[in-house]
Ligand binder design. Sequence first.
Ligand code: ES4
Ligand code: ZN
Length: 326
Amino acid sequence: ATILDLALGMPKAELHIHIEGSLEPELAFALAQRNGVALPFADVDALRRAYDFEDLQSFLDLYYACAAVLRTEADFHDLMLAYLRRAAADGVVHAEVFFDPQTHTPRGVPFATVLAGLESGAEAARKESGISTRLIPNFLRHLSEEEGFAALAEMAPFIDRIHGFGLDSSERGHPPSKFERLFARCRELGKPVVAHAGEEGPPAYIVEALDLLKVSRIDHGVRAVEDAALMARLARERMPLTVCPLSNVRLCVFKDMREHTLPALLKQGLCATINCDDPAYFGGYLGDNIRALQAAFDFDASVWYRLARNSFEASFVDAAQRGVWV
Ligand code: ES4
Ligand code: ZN
């Protein structure tokens, strides 16, 4: 078998996937019809042609518009099951899945509906392939900390079904420091926290996520390479970075995959992992990311083993379960 086959076949964990970002155009139109919701595109091809982003915000505008078709428990079930089938086909045995409650509750979709649908989709996938799933709601950083506290209050009755909390959406102008009190509260509830940082924002936002939010992982973090002291710290602390290569290229963080800093992160001993972020919008699932990296860098088998091991080390599974996979 080729090194690519080896990489695709290895058991892996996926730690940075926004379930709303796995909404494929075909499912978006099917749900729009099922729910009597209009999409601002004539058809699947027109929507796909809009997947031409210049930065994070141009993507987010489309991502939030399409999320409007998600209304019922069945919608969230179908979305989760479709993603986990694709993930399992790429060798993913464990997925820690982000979702955005604040994108749904203001539209009148109760948090209980979102959660129940995602859980039943995950249970259906577990029965098919054995894949395990954990759910991590994100707070939207373009909204206020007060709105974040309101979202947390809505989730409180379901806290035992939530594994941790994250921070996503528009990074520039919304530093982690804006959410210091909210994240302290999440940690008091006994949950690990993560945050998108250093995707488009400066390395200083990564430092804030570490020092002020006390995160267990950094989502993206690719701009850490601009700060040598930060790189040394991330390596020393084995602070995981959930890197999303195709996402970075599609959002113009790097012009070309060959300019991606993943090889530098690995060479300097960081616990980098690879993930698909928003696979419907960015050119594919974990396997597509693996194929794109292999085409750009021609990694040897040891790099792929390292990435697979990192994915389990960075995951929130306990040591006993990890021992089954690694
Ligand atoms: C996201 Cl790529 C990315 N960055 C920040 N927030 C997000 N929400 C969904 N995808
Ligand atoms: Zn993301």
